[in-house]
Design a protein around this ligand. Sequence first.
Ligand code: AFP
Length: 311
Amino acid sequence: MNPNFLEQKPMLLRKHLASSSASEDLQKVLLCLARVSHAIARSIQTADTGGAGSTNQFGEQQLAFDILSDNIIQNHLQQCGVVAQCASEEQDDFVTLTDTAPYTVVYDPLDGSSLFDVNFTIGSIFGVYQGKEVLGKSPRDQVAAAYAVYGPRTLFIFSMGSGVCECSFTEEGEPIVLRKYSPLHGEAKNYSPGNLRAITDNAAYRAVIQDWLERTLTLRYSGCMVADIHHLLVKGQGVFANVGGNTYPNGKLRILYECGPFAYLVEQLGGSASTGEKSILDVTITSIDQRTPIIAGSKSEVERVCGKLKG
Ligand code: AFP
C-alpha cells in the first residue's frame, strides 16, 4: 500500500456517492462532472489541436478544443438538470441552464491549452457552489471541487468536504473510486514555480526561488496547474506557486476557475493555499475574471514562502 493513500475498496462512484451524506442533487452533479471528464478524454484522442481564430474574455487565443470542451461540459451540465448556471473561463459571463436548480458550477474546461499540441498532460477544473449567487461568496463556500487529469490515464479527483478521492474509469466509461489521498506532509521536497519570469521584477519571488535552489528541493513543473498540483497531491508533499510581477501583478491564475477549487482540495488534505496574505478560501469573489497569487501545498513550506514574499 502506497503511504500516500488511505485504504479504500474500489467502488463505482455512484455507489460511493449513494453511501455518502451528499444530497441526491449533489451526487448528480459529481457524477455528471466525472462522466463529462471521460467524454472529454475520449474526444481528446481525435481533436483538432489547432487555433479557433478567436479570443476568450481574457484576450487569450482560443484553441478549437477550448471551445469544444467548453461546449461538451455545458451540454452535460444542462442535461443533468440540477445546475442552475455555470461560468467558464471560455465564456464572458454566467450562463443560465436550469433556472430553478440548486447548484452553480464554475470550470476551466481545458487547463494547459498551450501544452495540447505537444501532447503533455492537461486537465479540467471544477468548483461547485450552492445556489445561483457566486459573486460575493468566497471559495470556502464551495460544496465540492474536482479536477480531471488527462495524462497517460484519465483520472477524476474530487472532494465534497470529507477527504479527497481519486476515480479511474471502467472500460464502459463508468467512474470508479479507487483510492483516497492521505494528508499532505508539512515539509515539501518538490517545488513548482509558476510565472517564473516574474523574478526579473519581483525580488521577493527571486529570493523564494533562490531558497528552493539552495535547499536542493527538486523541480517538478509541467506548465499545467492540474498536472502540477496533482503531482503534489499524489506524492503527499510539495509546493506550487504562481506569484505576480509587473505583467501580472496578481499572478496569472483565476480565483473562480483555478485557484478556488484547488485551494479547497489542498486544504481538505491539511495543506495550505494562500494568496501570500491569507487563505484563498477566504477571498471574496468580486468578479468572474479575478486573479490571485497562489502558494499552495505543504503547510510549513507555504508559510515559509509567504514569509519570504512579505520580505
Ligand atoms: P494555458 O492553459 O494557457 O496553457 O495556461 C496554463 C496555466 O493557466 C496553468 O495551468 C499553469 O500553471 C500556468 O498557466 C503556467 O503559467 P507560466 O507558464 O507563466 O508558468
